[in-house]
Design a protein around this ligand. Sequence first.
Ligand code: AMP
Length: 420
Amino acid sequence: MSFEQFSLDRRIATAIKTVGYTTPTPIQQQAIPHALAGHDVLGLAQTGTGKTAAFLLPILQRLTKGPQRRVRALIIAPTRELAEQIHQMSVDLNQNTRGRSVTVYGGVSKARQITALRRGAEIVVACPGRLLDLLNNGNIDLSQVEVLVLDEADRMCDMGFLPDIRRILKTLPAQRQTLFFAATMPKDILRLADQILNDPVTVQIGIIAPVETVSHALYPIPHKLKKQLLMATLQQTEMGRVLIFTRTKHRARNLARDLDKRGYRASALQGNMSQNQRNRAINGFRDGKYDVLVATDIASRGIDISEITHVINFDIPDTVDAYIHRIGRTGRAHQTGAAYTFASEENGAMVREIEKVLGTQIERRRLPDFNYGDFVPEKQFQHSTRNQPRRKRSRRSAAQRSRRAPGGRRRTHAPTRKAA
Ligand code: AMP
């Protein structure tokens, strides 16, 4: 299977090669032919499956013909980070063709976005709030939109954007193509999809089943020992880039600060940071300035950074969906990764929920040479998963696991002293 099967414009095919994609991912194989044929698509796929290119390539193909200097494709995403990543991928894949992409989201200068729109753009990648603001003030004309993409629609619903989206929908031509992507399908989202899609083709990749290339491990630990366990884990385990999740913004900030004090190249990514600070954290993590990023769920949405070797759930997430989204940050696009979850006694119900979705028991681990005191990790979470549907275990052997991490960056996380 190659991208040639889609008969894309030669210039787009060249850009795909330049970006380094050789084989379409399953969601691309399934969705692209239908999207190219002009059908509406309901894509059930999480981040990390290659869904962005699945909707961008057909859009870019469409833009090789027809009018310019008017908004012909509108892509709505829940967060600024995700909007930026979609925009960046659009610029990369569009490098040999026409079609300008503009981002529209809050927290940054409105005037600059308005100027960019006035100059003429065929693709707008937007977050709902700022888009609605520009619409209300007549700064953007969506009357010529031919393709609408709703990306991570379920997350937008979680974040309370549904009313905004409905308002935006009213300003779009009824005659259009709609590509609708979500990782999960709660009732609200199902209803929205039902209302706005016209005879859609459904493509489904690993709905609720997290990426197969991730190995999962559970570390039972009392809450008060979590920080020590984290430090010991980082020291004992060979890791590349590590993404750590906490439940609160304060904890993300404090933990990043503690790690920094101990000599790790670490940054926080949480909602109390300004957009510029967040961009610096994400870019620093992507460019290798930081090895460790400590994030909250919302702030980390859609982070597209390959080569994250480990996701550590310092705090277990509140929902199974959040677990899947978190671990979707590692093991991306044919690479392998590991997801460690620290769980204290009161997290039993959530552990069971997650295992029900995984269809298997998560491997329990005790960190060697760690002083657990009176606590016996082996006695925790002994529930049975016997009645749950079992999926084939794709766990890799210890030998496989110890192979070189993706990207070849392999090191034990003994603190890397920062350059003076
Ligand atoms: P997405 O699910 O769109 O966020 O994509 C996840 C990651 O996979 C991104 O880093 C993409 O650049 C990468 N990717 C997308 N399509 C391909 C492909 N066909 N081959 C290799 N990597 C890809």
